[in-house]
Design a binder for this molecule. Structure first.
Ligand SMILES: [Zn+2]
Ligand SMILES: [Zn+2]
Length: 303
């Protein structure tokens, strides 16, 4: 239903084999991107994500490794002949940052619309440019600068039951409308979606949290997420003090949050450039949280 690709998994600066953390989500033929560090447009192309489908960009915070790739991305979208507006959501101050970064872009062939959120409270919003079935929450993280995490709930249409529709004598050309949620009239009778479907299906929940200290509110937001994507800057506990100073977390912190959240899966990301081979921690991590993945660039799932 939703295709998710973690196109980059690095923190601070891109490496020759690791782009900066960014997440591409495709739903119903349209795409959302979270964060846009240096070289993100290349990471997306390498991971076979479709830039031409991008309608929505969410920014977590204004550190360079999360936003400095914006001019390149916007120019690439122009080269892909984008015409529809690009909506960019992010913390307060977003419009000014986007305007400043875009001063080298010239005239883009599409409009940019910025939507700013407070960083000290939760904001619930929808992304109608993608689909009304998606609801999103922006929630405060604890970083050195104001920072937001995002939780997405992708509602699922109930399963259509053709036997029910047939037994009611509803013509086939009306089935699609009913499945879409519309009420139809036929030969003096009124038919609703509930009459021809088998009830609601569990929505898909995805939570994204980077950069942050491991505050328990992240676990609240990621509660029973199908996929929890979380930073794991370092694997060794010896970095605990520096993580406190720098507003980041260790892999062990991310695992504790995933356990607390009862998340279905955990994808680790945003590794320090000094941690050249995060996969060495995989075995130990899986003992604690079997559904954890030490993500690499291009990590994909369909949920
Ligand atoms: Zn970062
Ligand atoms: Zn940061």
């Amino acid at each position: 239903m939703v295709d998710i690709c973690l196109a980059g998994t690095g923190g601070m600066m891109p490496l020759h084999n690791r782009w900066l953390t960014c997440c591409y989500m495709e739903y119903n033929g349209k795409a959302i991107l979270i964060d846009c560090g240096e070289g993100t447009q290349i990471a997306l192309v390498e991971a076979d994500c479709k830039l031409s489908k991008l309608e929505t960009l969410l920014i977590t915070h204004f550190h360079a490794d999360h936003i400095s790739g914006l001019p390149g991305l916007l120019l690439s979208l122009g080269n892909y002949s984008k015409k529809t507006p690009l909506k960019i959501y992010g913390p307060k101050g977003l419009t000014e940052i986007v305007n400043n970064l875009c001063c080298i872009c010239g005239k883009l062939p599409y409009e940019i619309r910025c939507i700013e959120f407070p960083t000290n409270e939760i904001t619930e919003f929808s992304v109608p440019e993608i689909d009304e079935m998606i609801s999103v929450r922006a929630f405060p993280l604890k970083h050195r600068v104001p920072c937001l995490g995002y939780s997405f709930v992708f509602s699922r249409k109930p399963v259509f039951n053709p036997q029910k529709a047939e037994s009611l004598g509803i013509p086939k050309q009306m089935w699609k409308l009913l499945h879409k949620g519309e009420t139809v009239e036929f030969e003096g009778n009124t038919y609703t979606t509930e009459m021809v479907t088998d009830g609601l299906r569990k929505p898909v929940k995805v939570t994204y949290a980077t950069d942050s200290r491991p505050v328990d509110t992240i676990a609240d937001e990621a509660f029973r997420a199908d996929l929890f994507i979380c930073e794991g800057m370092y694997g060794d506990e010896e970095h605990a003090d520096s993580m406190k100073e720098k507003g980041h977390m260790l892999i062990s912190d991310a695992i504790r949050l995933a356990e607390l959240a009862e998340a279905e899966r955990l994808w680790l990301t945003h590794y320090s450039p000094a941690m050249t081979c995060p996969s060495v921690y995989e075995k130990g991590i899986k003992k604690k949280f079997p559904a954890a993945v030490v993500s690499t660039d291009g990590q994909k799932i369909n949920l």
